[in-house]
Write a protein that binds this ligand. Structure first.
Ligand code: FAD
Length: 367
């Protein structure tokens, strides 16, 4: 490492920063990571790790954290229920703090140099300033979340930013299903993820910053009844669910990962998965000494989740459209399974489905 304190300096030690640090370290780089907070870092989150996120963890060499397996998604509105199982693989509900510990231990085992309680206040000519000390690096990774200062210091423009508000609370109750349930209400959704044998995470997403979990539960009497006697295991915690597109994710020797590099609405349950996939793609680009390669890889990673997020946000905003879509999906569960397969990256299953159903659909169209 001639001339530099490290090959890679990662700013931010959330899921994206730790994954990026582990991936870079596994390519043989010397990696320093700095975060303003101290582990375990908690955050308002629905705490669902989709099948692709688990695949990415395996590729990162990180053991799966403890949690509760779920095998599909269920949409619920009033009497309408649409249920779909993932075509392959399973997903995992994991407490955010548990995920952080798992990633932290993997980073330590990989040999990442970690600096907690270390806010990064400025970039320097060849790195950044940590605790008043300049640290030089060959590559700098901004993994400092949606409000990324690294992104601002780079001068990267935010092209699109739409905000919703998220809150979550844990309840002590045995999960009643191996699905993540998404309950649709007027301008809001509540979703339920199993995260332990006796624990579920309830997350609320809405456009109103004043709405909280208890008020939202009034729209979902069945869910409220289930939770009525369940003790809380955590205080309500809030956060921003942003749809954000940025003009670039690389600039010279600086790259952005995770929410710093743009995000899709939390209703997709894809934020952490995207961060892991970006971390792997970035490490490949660094190993090839070609940071720009990451720019196009990043676009590819974001394409499908963005499309799905737009569809779900449209359903959030237009209740008539939502009613039609839910009715259509309830009558044609195969379409829901197809959308689900596409959402979790099981294109082969989607295509097999289309091929097997296309003749019947064409025939129905002719009649
Ligand atoms: C309500 C809600 C529900 C969600 N549900 C899901 C879900 O079910 N599944 C899913 O996959 N995703 C979900 N998400 C999205 C997911 O939480 C994010 O995509 C994920 O946290 C992004 O990780 P990150 O590491 O990029 O950012 P963060 O988790 O925000 O981490 C950024 C880190 O950078 C540090 N930092 C910031 N500035 C500095 C600085 N100047 N110096 C040093 N350190 C700094 C912070 O301390 C923090 O630790 C949800 C989000 C919300 C709001």
């Amino acid at each position: 490492m001639p001339g530099f304190d490290s090959d890679v300096l990662v700013i931010g030690g959330g899921p994206a920063g730790l994954a990026a640090a582990i991936a870079a370290r596994r390519k043989g780089f010397h990696v320093i990571l700095a975060d303003a907070a101290h582990p375990p870092i908690d955050k308002a989150c629905g705490e669902g790790l989709m099948p692709e996120a688990l695949d990415a963890l395996v590729r990162l060499g990180v053991p799966l954290p403890e949690g509760a397996i779920f095998r599909g998604i269920r949409f619920v509105e009033g009497d309408v229920e649409i249920d779909g199982r993932f075509p392959a693989g399973t997903a995992l509900g994991v407490r955010r703090t548990e995920l952080h510990y798992t990633l932290l231990h993997a980073a330590i085992a990989a040999g990442v140099e970690l600096h907690w309680n270390t806010p990064v206040e400025a970039l320097s000519v060849d790195g950044a300033v940590l605790n008043g000390e300049p640290v030089s690096c060959r590559w700098l990774i901004g993994a400092d979340g949606g409000q990324s200062r690294v992104r601002k210091w780079m001068g990267v423009r935010v092209l699109d930013r739409r905000v919703r508000y998220g809150f979550r609370r844990h309840y002590q109750i045995a999960p009643w299903t191996d699905r993540v349930e998404v309950h649709w209400g007027p301008g809001l959704q509540m979703y339920v993820a199993p995260v332990g044998e006796q624990e579920v995470c309830i997350a609320l997403l809405s456009r109103d910053p004043q709405t909280r979990v208890d008020a939202a539960l009034e729209f979902f009497p069945d869910l409220a009844a289930r939770l009525a006697d369940a003790p809380w295991l955590s205080e309500e915690r809030g956060g921003i669910s942003a749809t954000r597109r940025v003009a670039a994710v690389t600039q010279g020797r600086i790259a952005l990962v995770g929410d710093a590099s743009g995000s899709v609405d939390a209703i997709t349950g894809q934020g952490i998965c995207l961060a892991f996939q970006q971390a792997l793609a970035l490490a490949d680009a660094l190993a090839a000494d070609d940071v720009e390669r990451y720019e196009s890889a990043h676009q590819g990673i974001m394409r499908r989740p963005r499309w799905m997020a737009e569809l779900l946000l449209l359903m959030d905003q237009r209740s008539n459209l939502r009613a039609h879509v839910l009715e259509l999906l309830a009558r044609n569960p195969g379409i829901f399974r197809l959308l689900l397969a596409s959402h979790v990256g099981e294109f082969a299953h989607s295509i097999r489905f289309i091929v097997s159903h296309a003749p019947a659909a064409v025939e129905a169209g002719r009649r």
